[in-house]
Ligand binder design. Structure first.
Ligand code: TA6
Length: 293
């Protein structure tokens, strides 16, 4: 797993005053994006999108914890962590970091394409078996496209999740639609739960991997008078998570009272839906996030 450390001067070659600007926060470099449609922000650490605020909605789309860490070797709590090349705990190495390696490493910024209407950035990294390229388009919608390329001469398997944290008025009042007819693996009990025919409402710690689903998801948030929509391509798993009270208290980089303000809807390929690539084969996992009132 490479960690790229681009120089400040090299990054400045991508900057455009008022549209693409680089700043430092707690020793980490981030890029602030502005265009007519939205404001956005991403860190080179983990190619981590931490802010997306379309101009037509009052609240930013993404949740960020006020207790988040900003240091290499530690994931940032909130925004869109990239879980790759495994999801959750490593299946054999208990000392390996949860959710893979890339969210704790520095990525390299390769391309910035900026117009008045949108800003598209390309960040890359390399692991032992894969070249990874992450294309993010900040516009009226936020499009995230993670391309994985098998750079070895043998078949390689990986899991992936774009682990998006959404900002909510109150998780007790939201409804999640699009998964009514999909079974899920309950990560808390290990049981597979059959389709319910009902939309999701959060009443306790919720940690579910919905299997075999490519359908769009919609979060209805009456408190913010908006609906968040997640459309996806190349993803057959959807993870739904809220830590609720006890787990929130156990997470040092998450405020004890922040859990009502968020939920994660993750565009993923995990477990039985992990991806196997032949030599030189590529796969894209795409999530398109939008907000409407
Ligand atoms: O996606 C849900 C989940 O796997 C939960 O089990 C919880 O651990 C969450 O991810 C956050 O994981 P992290 O390693 O970022 O604390």
């Amino acid at each position: 797993m490479e960690s790229h450390h681009q120089s400040w001067d090299e990054l400045q070659t991508f900057s455009r005053p008022g549209q693409v600007e680089f700043h430092r926060h707690e020793g980490l470099i981030y890029c602030e994006v502005n265009n007519q449609q939205c404001r956005g922000r991403f860190y080179l650490l983990g190619a981590h999108v931490t802010d997306f605020h379309p101009r037509h909605t009052r609240q930013p789309l993404l949740f960020m914890s006020e207790a988040a860490n900003f240091r290499e070797g530690s994931p940032i709590r909130g925004g869109i962590p990239i879980c790759f090349p495994w999801f959750g705990p490593h299946d054999v190495d208990e000392n390996a970091p949860a959710h893979g390696l890339v969210r704790q490493k520095m990525w390299a910024l390769k391309e910035v394409k900026s117009t008045d209407e949108q800003t598209q950035v390309l960040l890359v990294n390399d692991t032992e078996h894969f070249h990874v390229a992450y294309r993010v388009t900040f516009a009226e919608t936020l499009e995230t496209d993670l391309m994985v390329h098998n750079t070895t001469d043998s078949t390689q398997r990986f899991e992936v999740a774009l682990h998006t944290y959404f900002r909510l008025s109150d998780v007790n009042h939201v409804t999640v639609r699009g998964l009514e007819y999909v079974a899920y693996l309950d990560q808390l009990t290990g049981e597979t739960v059959p389709e319910s025919g009902e939309p999701i409402r959060f009443t306790r710690e919720t940690d579910r991997v919905y299997l075999q689903t490519e359908d769009p998801i919609e979060i209805q948030d009456p408190g913010f008078h908006r609906r968040i929509r997640i459309e996806k391509k190349g993803s057959e798993s959807t993870v739904v998570w809220n830590p609720w009270t006890t787990k929130a208290q156990r997470m040092a980089d998450f405020g004890d009272y922040e859990w009502p303000s968020m939920c994660c809807i993750e565009t993923a390929n995990v477990g039985n839906q992990a991806i196997s690539l032949e030599p030189d084969e590529r796969h894209h996992t795409v999530a398109i996030h939008s907000v409407s009132s």
